[in-house]
Design a protein around this ligand. Sequence first.
Ligand SMILES: [Zn+2]
Length: 489
Amino acid sequence: MKAHQLHIYNTISRKVEPFSTIHQGHVGMYVCGPTVYNYAHLGNARTFISFDIVFRYLKHLGYKVRYVRNITDAGHLESDADEGEDKIGKKARLEQLEPMEIVQRYTLDFHEVMNAFNTLPPSIEPTATGHIIEQIEMTKQILNNGYAYEVNGTVYFDVEKYAKTYPYTILTGRNLDDLLSGTRDLGGQDEKRGRLDFALWIKAKPEHIMKWPSPWGEGFPGWHLECSAMSRKYLGEEFDIHGGGMDLAPTHHTNEIAQNTACSHHATPVKFWMHTNMLTVNGQKMSKSLGNSFLPHELFSGTHRLLDKGYSPMTVRFFMLQAHYRSTLDFSNEALQAAEKGYLRLMNALALIDELPTHENGTADFTAISDNIYEALDDDFNTPVALAHLFEAVRLINSIYAKHETISSVQKENLSKVTKSIVFDVLGLMPEKESGADKLDGLMQMILEVRSEAKAKKDFSTSDLIRDKLKSLGFEIKDGKEGTSYHII
Ligand SMILES: [Zn+2]
C-alpha cells in the first residue's frame, strides 16, 4: 500500500492543502450541530454524514480524533441580525411546553436519525445551556480586550474595531466595504455602533423564559458565541478542523473566528475550515417554502408526495456518498432507485468474498484498485470516486465467483480486508437486516390468521381471548369488511 498524504479543501485558503495536525497523531474537530427546535432535516443529515466520513477516515488512518459536535438548545434567534424570537422559546410557546421539553423531543429525534444513518456519535456533544458560564467568561474577556461594548444589558462585538487589526472576512474573502454597503443602515433606535456588530450576550425581555444572571443583568448568549466557547473549552485555542454547512460560513463561522481571535489573539484559531454543500430536489433548492423538502422519516417511509416509494437509511447514505460533500446533491426518484440497486450490488458482492475459491497462481490483482480507493479518499474525501473504484472490486469479485478469473490467497485476503474496512468502517455502510418492525408485523399477521380461523370455526371463546390478550398487551384489533387490522394503542 502506498503512503498516505491526505489533502483537504480549506475554505479559508480556497485551496486543497496537504493535511497536517497541530499535535502529532491527534486531530481536534468541531462541527456545528443542530438547533433542536424541530425535526432533523435532510440538509443537516447530509452535513453530519459527511463529517462522519471525515471522522471515520481520520480514525482509519490512525489518528486519535476528538470530535466535538454541539447541540444548540438556547440562544439561536430567528434572524441572524440578533432579531426575532429564540427558536426554541417560540416553539415552546406555540406548543405550550417547557423549552427543555422541546429540546428533549428534538434531540431524541436527531439522535434517532443519526443512528438510522449509522453515524458514529461524536466524542463530546456539549449543549449551549450547559456552557453559560464559559460564554459569560468569554464575553468578559472580549470586553476586557476592547473588542466589545455593553449597551443597556446587551454586549455587542465591535466588528469595525476588530477589522482594524484582524481580517474579519478572512473565511469568505469578501470585501469588508462591500459587506458594509450591503447591510442596512442602523435605525436611530439601534443600540449597535456598527452595522456588522453582533450580540455576544443579549438582555432578556421579561417574557423570555430561557435566561441566566450575568454581570450585565439577566440575559442569554448569542448563537455564535456558544460554538466559540465550546470549541475553545474542549479543543483549545487552536485546533485542526472546523466544519459545518456552507450557509454558516459568511456569518456564524466568520463571527466565531472573530470571537476566538479577539480572546486569544491567534489570527487563525482553526487550521482547516470544511463546508458541505446543499441539497436540491429535481434540480431545485430544497426548501420548506417550495414544499419540496422532506424529512428523513418521510424519505424512509416514502410518505412525501414527491417520492414514489420509501428508501432505507443505508440506501440514502449510499446515495449521499455518490456526490462529493462540496457538490450539491440532487434528490430524484430515479437517482434514489439507482442508488438502491448500487447499494445492494455492493453488499451482495461483499457477502461473496468469503466464498471465493483461491488458486496458487491466481490471476486477479487487487492492488491497483486498493491504491485507487485510498487515493480518492486522500483527495479531500472523494467518496464518489472511491465508490467507482469499489465497483471495480465488485466486478472482480463477481468475475472470480463466476470462475472467469482466479485469485491467490494473499490477494483475496487483501481484497477482503480493504473492501470490508472501507465499506463498513470508513463509508459506514452496513448490511440491512430485517427490522424489528417487520418481524412484529409478521407475528401479528400470524396471530390474526389464527384468530380468524377460530372465528370461522365459530370458536368465539378463542377469538375473543386472543382479542382481549392482545388488548392487554397494547394492540387494538378491528374487524372490518376487508379483514382484521391492528394498531398499537
Ligand atoms: Zn456553530
